[in-house]
Design a protein around this ligand. Structure first.
Ligand code: ZN
Ligand code: ZN
Length: 458
């Protein structure tokens, strides 16, 4: 990799295994980078603490361990230079995406949730963890780029020092209230900053943002987080990466995919953490699924913003508050009636649909509802799936809001899956994409789309 990066001074390549050390030495010789790369076989934590003690910080630290990088974060946030770059890969997605919130808490200091938004929440949990560990040393993070791909997350953050700025960190984190019935979510910040003259005043946040039960379906809330509630990316940086890609065609094999994904990232609403999904909303009230264009148009007609998320192909990221989102779904259900006789009065669907919408939603298609990345035909997701964009509304069986942990952009209707990885389900598989077993959620006998609410495979 070192030959791909211009302007590089010196590289320490470290692995704890002696076998990996041999391979590194061989590769260094073979690539003729012996002057540049020093292979080391050590505990990466000791290496980083020593460099910090010797006041020889690294400008870039790239943590890419098997499984969770959590044990290395404390050393990494100290050993990176002022304004330096910290790159982190996490392959323990089972843990980060809600399969074992208690394990997630012990590793990252935050509980994960099995919401539709779980892939973006995974990014925000890792950012929370990085920032809070940096805070111990009067440091804080600035995310450059946070990428969720199938079964791993990759984060790029800069680390700075500043006692005054660290005071703002509490207000950058939030707890997540997630309704177990209908999937509505609310954020609760952990602190409050108000500007006072030329400076800032820090105080307690106020809340909670929800009552004891969900205002839409009367069920209980699950509590997750804390998560990083500030922007996931530095858009100037992402734009510069896009420009660099344009200028160097053919340099990366995955160029088209990178361009598509980064373009979606530039379209994401930076100030709206998490998202709903189209299939989640419609399966909650047991109705047909509007097309993404129809649903996005209705949000724009109502005066709100909406975007995709690179982390999920049918995400609805919007600044419309939940009452607006559900009113739009109620209007959709009026146009495409739901058979209510199959539902019990206490089901989320019955409770949501028993309320008359106050908003008159319009689903007339708008030109600006079609995102630029899609109009330009970029390769945005692994398979550029069409499932949720089509003009026809798809019929849906089943309901509920708890999704299985499936590939984030899985195309529906997929068959012949390999055997499921047991360790992945337990959150302990550290092999990521190298694993020979399937890291897809359900057993092969599961229906390919719209898993029923009560039979979550996890
Ligand atoms: Zn609810
Ligand atoms: Zn596995």
């Amino acid at each position: 990799r070192s030959r791909e990066v211009p302007g590089l001074g010196a590289v320490v390549a470290n692995d704890r295994s002696a076998r990996a050390g041999q391979l590194m030495r061989r590769n260094v010789t073979r690539n003729g980078v012996g002057a540049l790369v020093t292979p080391r076989v050590a505990d990466a934590r000791m290496l980083m603490y020593q460099s910090q003690a010797a006041r020889e910080p690294f400008d870039v630290i790239d943590l890419d361990p098997y499984g969770s990088p959590a044990p290395f974060l404390d050393a990494a946030v100290q050993a990176v230079s002022e304004g330096g770059l910290l790159c982190v890969t996490c392959t323990d997605m089972g843990v980060l995406a809600g399969n074992s919130p208690e394990t997630c808490y012990s590793k990252y200091g935050a509980s994960s949730l099995k919401g539709r938004f779980c892939h973006e929440m995974a990014l925000r949990i890792v950012l929370h963890s990085l920032d809070s560990r940096a805070n111990c040393y009067q440091r804080f993070i600035q995310p450059l780029l946070s990428v969720s791909a199938d079964f791993y997350v990759r984060l790029f953050v800069r680390v700075f020092t500043g006692q005054a700025k660290v005071k703002a960190s509490a207000s950058k984190q939030a707890l997540v209230y997630h309704c177990a019935g209908c999937g509505t979510h609310h954020l609760q910040r952990l602190g409050k900053v108000t500007s006072q003259g030329t400076g800032f005043k820090y105080g307690a946040a106020t809340g909670p943002p929800v009552g004891p039960s969900c205002e839409f379906c009367q069920q209980r809330h699950q509590l997750g987080g804390p998560i990083w509630a500030e922007p996931l990316h530095d858009l100037d940086f992402v734009e510069r990466v896009l420009v660099a890609l344009e200028r160097n065609p053919g340099r990366f094999q995955t160029q088209e995919r990178m361009r598509g994904m980064l373009s979606v990232i530039t379209e994401e609403l930076a100030d709206v953490p998490l998202y709903y999904t189209l299939d989640g909303l419609s399966s909650t009230i047991h109705c047909n699924t509007p097309s993404l264009l129809q649903f996005r148009s209705s949000l724009l007609h109502a005066g709100f913003r909406v975007s995709l998320s690179h982390a999920c192909k049918n995400a609805i990221k919007t600044d419309a508050p939940p009452p607006i989102v559900w009113d739009i779904m109620r209007c959709w259900a009026k146009l495409h009636p739901v058979k209510l006789d199959r539902l019990t009065d206490t089901s989320p669907a019955a409770r949501i649909l028993s309320v008359e919408p106050t908003l008159q939603a319009s689903f007339a298609l708008r030109e600006d509802a079609n995102p630029s990345s899609r109009r330009r035909g970029l390769k945005r997701f692994p398979e550029n799936p069409q499932a949720f964009w089509g003009p026809k509304a798809r019929a849906k069986a089943g309901g509920g809001t708890s999704p299985s942990l499936r590939p984030q952009n899985k195309r529906t209707g997929q068959t012949d899956s390999p055997r499921a990885c047991k360790r992945f389900k337990e959150g302990t598989c550290s092999l990521g994409s190298q694993c020979c077993y399937s890291h897809e959620g359900g057993s092969p006998s599961d229906p390919p789309s719209a898993p029923p609410a009560a039979s979550d495979p996890h």
